[in-house]
Design a binder for this molecule. Structure first.
Ligand code: SF4
Length: 387
């Protein structure tokens, strides 16, 4: 089982961001942390030490910007997690840090309370590009956090990067990749910018298009080349791709994300966070003030969450579309063992079609995406939901 803790606070909203996050005041932060602690206790009573006692293989503080919180808050949350759950000795415990919000004192605190993985949102090593997407930091701010994290003793660091940014060229993107590789992080996540409706960047781009002006976004060919160069450059430098957008040195794959893709049980704590335990999926309310009221009504978390019992069809589809995200793919044998169904009867025809089209490859019991399949992974994966 893995646990996700959602910290929905940010200094200000990045222009492209549609996550459940934003600026807040001290009073709300204080109450929110208390509500998180209350929710952890609630889950602990069901699935932790006071319940069925599932052990925890990974904890992930994500957001938002978890590093915006004073270290003492993270310590209080960790203490409650340790009290409520049996955390495996070698559990992966990650916190997302944004340059401009983390400092030496916070990093030391993280280390002291057992956090062993830092994920830093850099996005680009070019200050103009950072500005164009509304990031609050410069490349130098990032370098400071990165070197402090190393000094403090973190030996497992992820760096998040983005391609297809406004006014980003293939050369400037490659320059970012090379600078980051030069630092030697253990893990690199590299995503393409997605323009989400309702974000500030989406509106800006729409307005520019309406006025017939250049949006500055790279054209489709450049975007594709950025994607291909990511794989080529990272693999040449010792980072292997284990998921569509994730690269790691051997042994440093993000265990938390792998747990999601392998459909292990997970608990999400905080606003909008999803959990899936024993085939029941729950999603917390998204309104922060409503969520905070949980603090005053202990044991009401379940009533407040949207609940959905997954059918066998849902689970089979999840097995395919989550499993295929990983470069290692899915095991037909595992599918048949878990669902007591013949794989070919359920997914034979769609799988054969993808193999004929060169999008999937089958080696014995294993089916995985080809490089071509990775390029159109959304289409391949969604075909397993629809059939
Ligand atoms: S720091 Fe992350 S969560 Fe916060 S606004 Fe920017 S992209 Fe969104």
């Amino acid at each position: 089982m893995v646990i996700y803790i959602h910290i929905p606070f940010c200094i200000r909203k990045c222009y492209y961001c549609d996550f459940l996050s934003g600026p807040s005041d001290k009073e709300t932060i204080d109450k929110y942390v208390k509500a998180l602690i209350n929710e952890i206790e609630y889950h602990g009573g069901k699935y932790g030490r006071k319940g069925v006692n599932n052990s925890v293989a990974s904890i992930f503080f994500g957001g938002g910007t978890p590093s915006i919180l004073e270290g003492i808050y993270i310590e209080e949350i960790m203490n409650k997690l340790k009290d409520s759950f049996e955390i495996e000795e070698n559990a992966e415990i990650t916190i997302e840090c944004n340059p401009g919000t983390a400092n030496e004192e916070k990093l030391k605190k993280y280390k002291e309370i057992g956090i062993n993985r830092i994920s830093i949102g850099l996005q680009s090593a070019n200050d103009e590009e950072l500005k164009s997407i509304g990031r609050i930091h410069t490349y130098d701010d990032f370098l400071e956090v990165y070197s402090k994290a190393r000094e403090v003793g973190f030996d497992n660091i992820n760096i998040d990067l983005m391609s297809a940014l406004p006014n980003q060229t293939l050369d400037s993107y490659k320059n970012t990749l090379c600078k980051v590789i030069g630092l030697g992080p253990e893990h690199i996540s590299a995503y393409s910018l997605i323009l989400e409706e309702g974000t500030c960047l989406y509106e800006t781009i729409e307005n520019l298009e309406r006025e017939g002006k250049s949006t500055g976004l790279p054209d489709e060919d450049t975007e594709r080349n950025m994607y291909y160069e990511t794989k080529r450059i990272l693999e040449e430098n010792g980072y292997y791709r284990y998921e569509i957008s994730n690269y790691a040195k051997k042994g440093y794959e993000c265990r938390h994300n792998v747990a999601y893709w392998k459909r292990e049980d997970y608990i999400g704590v905080g606003i909008g966070a999803a959990s899936c335990m024993d085939g029941v999926r729950m999603k917390n309310i998204s309104d922060i003030q409503e969520y905070i009221h949980i603090e005053e009504k202990p044991n009401s978390c379940e009533e407040e969450a949207e609940t959905e019992v997954l059918t066998k069809e849902d689970k089979m589809a999840e097995f395919m579309f989550l499993g295929l995200r990983m470069v290692e793919g899915v095991s037909v044998k595992k599918f048949e063992e878990e669902f007591c169904e013949d794989f070919n009867t359920i997914y034979g025809s769609i799988t054969k079609k993808h193999i004929r089209d060169g999008l999937l490859v089958q080696n014995g019991e294993n089916i995985r995406l080809t490089d071509l399949g990775m390029d159109v992974s959304n289409m391949v994966m969604s075909s397993y939901i629809l059939c």
